[in-house]
Write a protein that binds this ligand. Sequence first.
Ligand SMILES: [Zn+2]
Length: 328
Amino acid sequence: MLRRFAACLLVLGPMLAPVAAAHAATGSELAETRAALAALQADDLRLQSVGWRLASGNAPFCRDAPMAIGLLMQDMAGYGRPDAIRSAAGIAGDVAVQASAAGSPAALARLQANTEILAIGDFEVANLPRADSRNWQRLLTLNEHLDRALSLGPATLTLRENGVAITREITGVPACRSRFELLDNGGRAAADGHRVVIGREFAGIEYAEQEFAAAVAHELAHNVLYHRLWLEENGRKRRNIRLTEREADRLMPWLLANAGYDPAAAADFMRRWGPRHDGGLFRARSHDGWDERVDYIEAELPAIRAAMTADGQADWATLFRREIAGPR
Ligand SMILES: [Zn+2]
C-alpha cells in the first residue's frame, strides 16, 4: 500500500509539478492529468483482471478464500496533488473506484473507474482519519470494512452517480486471499505472502494476456503455497529458495488452467522471458536455469490435462506433488 502510494506520486507527480500554485490548472494540464490517470487505470485494470481470474478460479483449492468482489479503490490523499486528480476524476470526495476486475461482481455491478464511493456498509468515507503521512492506512481500512461486510453477506456500497447518492448491494464470490498491486517504479514481480506486486516496467506486462497471467500465477503460487511462512521457519538458504521457486513454477500451469487459460502458456512465458531475464549470478545460485524451468512446467501438463478432462478443474490441492513439507 505504502509503495503503491509512492508509485502514484512518481507517475503523476512530475506531470503535476509544473502546475504552479499561483494559478489554476489550465485545460491542457487537466487533459494531461486525465490522460495519466486513465493510463494508470488501464494498467491497473489489466493486472486486476488477470489476478481476479486466477484468484477466483482457484478458490476451491485455496486454504483461505474469503468473499471478494474484484474492486480496487483509489484515495485522492495518495496523490501529490489531490485537487488536480479530483478534477481529473470528476469527483468531490476522496475515494473512488480505480478498477473493477473484468468479470468480477464489481464489474457486473458496473462500478466504473472514477465512480465516487461515499460509504461501505455503515462506514462513511468521510469518517476516515484526515490524510497525513500514513495515507496507505486509509485504503487498508476501507478494504477491511469491505471484507468484513462481504463475510456477512452482500456488501452495500454508497456511490455518487450524477451528483446523487445511490446504493448498490454486491454479493462476493470466493477468491484466494491475495491482493494484486501495480507499482509505477521498477520492473520486478514479487509476492510477500499477502500481495502480488508487479512493477509497471516488468517485461512480462507487455506479453499476451495468458503469458502475463503466467507471470502473475507464479507470484500467486508463492502466496497460496505459503512460501514466505515456510522460508521464515526453515531459513532462506539457497537450496530452500530454489525449492520454493521450483514449486511456484510447477504450480503456474495448474493455476492458469483453473482460470480458464491454456496451462501451456506457463511454458511459453518462460521461453520468452527466461533467455533475456533469467541469466547471471541470480539464476545460478537460487533458481534453476530457464530451460530447466520450462521442463519442470511441461512435466505438469499431462496431469493437468487429465484432471481437466475428468473433472473440468485441476485440483492442485490434492494432485500437486510438493517439493517441501509446507502448509498449503
Ligand atoms: Zn518466484
